[in-house]
Design a protein around this ligand. Structure first.
Ligand code: GLU
Length: 287
């Protein structure tokens, strides 16, 4: 296989059935690989074990197959690879870049309210840094006592270590990485030894993904992913952040709004070609 083969992936979370927006997103990744004579992968992002269900994973595979998509096997399921994320965390720990955070959402809200203001990032108010100031010996005691904790990145220290960084969006051009927008992000949640940001960057590297395609809603997240790649010595893919499909009400399709699913469209008698057309994919371009 040539080193410059395009490798793309579709990486849904099995928290519900797929809707048209997912079909479109999967098609973007598939068609990019097809156009370049490359490889298309499917990855199941199921670190949120409270919300993910095996039957939704089965549903993803069933819907994508019905739509005519094919991908390379094996499919990587994140919950099968926690060791990879633990290894990455260890490397950041060795560089002094992570710290345990015992705060609950309530603690964070109270701290922000007491401060009277909080800088906002793409995901909401930034973490006020409460646990970063904890005495390490005291933090060790609390961990040893079994108190639940997350692990956060010292983002400013990491950015200083990494120096200036950039990444390329194929449609939107070169971007100067601004990881500081996110403040001290969670890299390991209280319930699982990883987070979206850590697992997605680790996996894209391990799977040799060369072109990450995903919705524009994740554009900003790439700033923090670029920093993690630099700190962990991971490859940096190029990116294509695509527009999000809107429903008849003009709002973007979302699982939580019970957007019409591929499953329900199929049950309603629609053909794959019909469904692709609804997702804005022409007959010539569909799989
Ligand atoms: N698992 C994410 C989602 O379902 C996508 C992650 C990504 O493509 O980077 O929104």
């Amino acid at each position: 296989m040539a080193a410059d083969t395009t490798v793309t992936r579709f990486a849904p979370s099995p928290t519900g059935r797929l809707h048209l927006g997912h079909a479109y997103s999967a098609w973007i990744a598939w068609s990019q690989a097809a156009a370049d004579g490359g490889r298309f992968l499917l990855r199941i992002e199921d670190i949120d074990q409270g919300r993910c269900r095996p039957e939704f994973e089965d549903g993803i595979v069933e819907d994508l197959r019905w739509l005519g998509l094919t991908w390379e096997t094996p499919v990587r399921r994140q919950s099968d690879h926690l060791e990879d994320y633990i290894t990455a965390l260890g490397r950041l720990r060795d560089r002094g870049l992570i710290y345990p955070c015992f705060c609950t959402r309530k603690d964070i809200a109270a701290e922000i309210a007491a401060a009277g203001h909080a800088p906002h990032g793409p995901d909401g108010p930034l973490y006020p840094g409460t646990c970063r100031a904890l005495d390490p010996a005291r933090a060790e005691d609390r961990m040893a006592a079994g108190e639940a904790y997350a692990l956060r990145l010292k983002t400013d220290a990491g950015a200083a270590m990494a120096g200036p960084l950039a990444w390329v969006d194929l449609d939107q051009g070169e971007q100067i990485a601004r990881p500081e927008l996110f403040g001290d992000v969670v890299l390991a949640r209280k319930d699982t030894p990883t987070s979206y940001h850590l697992s997605v960057t680790t996996d894209d590297h391990i799977q040799g993904v060369t072109c990450v395609t995903r919705g524009q809603d994740l554009f900003e997240a790439t700033h923090i992913h670029r920093l993690l790649q630099a700190l962990l010595g991971l490859d940096t893919p190029v990116y294509r952040h695509h527009g999000l499909l809107a429903g008849p009400d003009g709002k973007r399709l979302a699982k939580r709004d019970k957007a019409e699913t591929i499953e329900s469209l199929r049950a309603g008698g629609h053909s794959p070609a019909n469904v692709w057309a609804m997702a804005g994919v022409s007959a010539e371009a569909m799989p």
